[in-house]
Design a protein around this ligand. Structure first.
Ligand code: NAP
Ligand code: GDD
Length: 340
């Protein structure tokens, strides 16, 4: 039986990965932040009563990382913990760097001393490509345009690639494009849309306010992407992989698709900050642009070229865009309906 340690286990990806590794027979440990909330409660929301063992720690606390590694001696470490919101990173850049850059450095150093034979997966991101035009592959230059992306890129180059090449460490990055699910954090655009449209449909919200409707993302299903994480750590040599669907859609497309699954339709009028979305059946304005949700600098077009993952990992996503939107919209609609 292999042992895995997952940082960020209380997040979207952590919960899917824990389920997947348990299904493969792994002993799974989760590294969770000490807080006044019981982390088991958060996990139970996602996982029910699964046999995940929790250790307290924080990527800002080297001692906690070393102790966790010493106690668990994992074969595989999945570093999913991060301040993961791009918009928030402009408002809290130091916290973002402390966790997303220095946290990775602490983890890599601790592994060298406490679990030197462990393989490390790092949650890198398509945001690192930033303003590089699509499609983006492993050879596309990085041009990050946010503190989040900058910190993730430097962590990837300094601690994953750098320590792999200089120190012979078994470190690999998955450069993942956006992936979503009913467990997605509620402040990310997809979940914000599926919750708001469900509430509008049920008559308990009037309007959905969004930022940049033209941004395009390559959206896949988180449950598919955690399988790629596992495959990356099973390779004979450590290497970085772009993971995405190879198809992209605008935020406006996502709104239209979510509306459709809820038997609504939207007519768009106006442009830029004055664009509005009107409910075709009722004639009411239900989507409006609010500058508050624009970012100082924006990654506008992210589209994966996942050829390496197809060829070398034999990985392909199983859930397509339409199925993903349907899954998320229906899940939120049913959850909200039950509370009314
Ligand atoms: P998420 O839902 O925001 O989860 C983040 C996790 O990190 C949470 O469990 C959080 O714990 C934990 N965490 C935050 N700060 C920490 C700290 N200082 N020490 C220890 N744990 C800490 O993120 P996600 O969507 O699952 O994404 C997982 C990883 O993949 C992240 O690194 C993200 O940047 C990266 N990524 C995500 C995507 C995507 O589309 N989802 C794409 C590319 C890369 P709490 O519960 O205590 O807050
Ligand atoms: N969050 C949010 N809220 N985004 C909005 C809104 C809004 O009201 N309106 C428009 N957007 C646009 C953002 O400007 C961005 O272009 C796009 O919708 C997606 O935003 P998010 O869902 O917040 O995700 P992200 O692409 O910035 O970041 C996610 O994906 C990255 C991978 O590319 C996060 O999961 C990151 O952690 C991850 O690395």
């Amino acid at each position: 039986m292999k042992t895995a340690l997952i940082t960020g286990i209380t997040g979207q990806d952590g919960s899917y990965l824990a389920e997947y590794l348990l299904s493969l027979g792994y002993a799974v440990y989760g590294f969770v932040r000490p807080s006044s909330f019981d982390p088991n409660e958060k996990l139970e929301d996602f996982l029910g009563k699964t046999p995940v063992k929790l250790v307290y720690g924080d990527l800002r606390d080297l001692t906690s990382i070393e102790r966790a590694l010493r106690e668990i001696k994992p074969d595989e470490i999945y570093n999913l913990a991060a301040q993961s919101h791009v918009g928030v990173s402009f408002k809290a850049p130091e916290t973002t760097w402390e966790i997303n850059y220095h946290g990775v450095g602490r983890l890599v150093h601790a592994i060298m001393h406490e679990a030197p034979n462990a393989r490390l997966y790092q949650a890198s991101t398509s945001e690192m490509f930033g303003s590089s035009p699509p499609p983006q592959s492993e050879t596309t230059p990085f041009h990050p345009v946010s503190p989040y992306a900058e910190a993730k890129m430097r962590a990837h180059l300094d601690f994953i690639v750098g320590y792999r090449e200089r120190e012979n460490r078994w470190n690999a990055s998955g450069i993942l494009f956006n992936h979503e699910s009913p467990r997605r954090g509620k402040t990310f655009v997809t979940r914000k849309i599926t919750i708001a449209l469900s509430k509008i449909k049920l008559g308990v919200q009037d309007i959905l306010e969004l930022g940049n409707l033209d941004a395009k993302r390559d959206w896949g299903f988180a449950g598919d992407y955690v399988k790629a994480m596992h495959k990356i750590l099973q390779q004979p040599v450590p290497k970085d992989y772009v993971i995405g669907t190879g198809e992209y859609h605008s935020v406006r497309d996502f709104v239209n698709a979510a509306a459709k699954t809820l038997d609504m339709s939207i007519t768009w009028e106006g442009t830029g900050a004055n664009e509005i979305g009107i409910d075709t059946k009722t004639g009411k304005v239900i989507v409006r642009v609010n500058r508050e949700f624009f970012r100082p600098t924006e990654t506008s077009d992210l589209l994966a070229d996942p050829t390496r993952a197809h060829n070398e990992l034999d990985w392909k996503p199983e859930v397509n865009f339409g199925q993903l939107v349907e899954m998320m919209s229906q899940s939120d609609f049913q959850k909200i309906q039950k509370t009314l």
